[in-house]
Design a binder for this molecule. Structure first.
Ligand SMILES: [Zn+2]
Length: 344
């Protein structure tokens, strides 16, 4: 149970400033010091926007996960990064983001960079601010790697990635990180047609070494590549098995579902904190503070204030920055309104 009733939070990513996106297309023209400065400036921008909105918990906006070489797959040994996506034109969909070939044994001898990201955030954020790091879980991460003879299916790849992610989590805790979100949207996307008990087992083995040593969150959504979903959008399929996830906070996409499955949070709140997606990151309709407040009141019908966390449906990387800012601001304002009403 958290010490900040009706807590406001985010998932992990935040839109890149336009200049950063431009620069990410021309990385070869920058030296390592230029890149360091650029990434710090981008994190400062993301921190600024989140603090201005008034969030209780902030992240670094994943501002340095610019491209393959600077993001998770770039740290992975034993793969050959996809050189060009299989489909380059036409409406955006996840098939425009190709899969990497596995060439040898999967390893991450340098980790995945999350510790460095967290330390940079610590330096740039105000001292008492609650900070969160996020990292993809092994099942989600396996989705962009092609099986081969050595790793014949997605589960085999997942099992190979699991100890690598587990080490990264342990290193984050060692570095002083007090809250970590493990992103496993592939588990929620495919819950309707998969063995959910197997998902829970994978998740729990991933986090077992850090359980109880930090606040652990799970982010479960239905996909957000270029603002598009890929899952069946039926969170019911995750339950009751996902109640056995060893986490302190379970995040569920809810705004895009018009809160239809909201009663589900009652059972979640009996076991852990529940972070409800109150803001639709895929829509440019800006939820007003009054609407947010109504949604918070609705959540309070199913869970007590000290079990509730409010966040957008997903990371904000696919939402234009002007909209992301307004949505976060209104999210915090709406929640504050209800905090006053209930006296927390
Ligand atoms: Zn998501």
């Amino acid at each position: 149970m958290q010490d900040c009733p009706l807590r406001t939070s985010v998932i992990g990513s935040y839109p890149f400033p336009g200049w950063l996106e431009f620069a990410s297309q021309h990385l070869a023209e920058f030296g390592p010091e230029d890149l360091r400065e650029m990434q710090e400036d981008a994190v400062l921008a993301a921190v600024h926007d989140q603090l201005e909105a008034g969030l209780d918990v902030i992240t670094d906006g994943e501002q340095s996960r610019l491209d393959f070489n600077l993001s998770f797959y770039g740290y992975l040994e034993g793969i050959e990064l996809e050189s060009a996506p299989p489909r380059r034109w036409g409406p955006p969909a996840h098939d425009q983001r190709g899969k990497h070939q596995i060439m040898g044994e999967l390893a991450a001898p340098r980790g995945f960079g999350a510790v460095h990201e967290f330390q940079r955030l610590q330096q740039l954020a105000p001292p008492q601010q609650s900070l969160k790091a996020s990292i993809p879980g092994p099942f989600t991460m396996s989705g962009r790697l092609l099986p081969n003879d050595r790793y014949p299916d997605r589960y085999a790849i997942t099992e190979a990635l699991l100890p690598l992610i587990r080490e990264e989590l342990a290193a984050l805790v060692e570095a002083g990180c007090r809250e970590i979100c493990v992103d496993e949207p592939s588990m929620s996307c495919y819950a309707h047609k998969s063995d959910t008990k197997r998902f829970v087992d994978i998740f729990n083995r991933t986090v077992e070494a850090v359980r109880g040593r930090c606040r652990l969150d799970a982010h479960l959504c239905f996909g957000n590549y270029k603002g598009r979903s890929v899952g069946a959008k039926r969170p019911e399929c995750m339950f009751p098995d996902f109640l056995d996830l060893h986490v302190d906070e379970m995040h569920i996409e809810m705004a895009t579902l018009n809160f239809r499955p909201l009663p589900l949070i009652e059972q979640v709140a009996q076991k852990m904190d529940v972070a409800v997606g109150l803001v639709d990151v895929k829509s440019y309709y800006i939820e007003t503070p009054e609407e947010i407040a109504d949604r918070v009141r609705e959540c309070l019908r199913y869970a007590p204030p000290d079990r509730l966390v409010f966040a957008p449906d997903c990371g904000l990387s696919q939402t234009a920055r002007w909209a992301a800012k307004q949505k976060l601001r209104n999210l915090v304002q709406g929640v504050r309104q209800v905090r006053q009403e209930v006296g927390v």
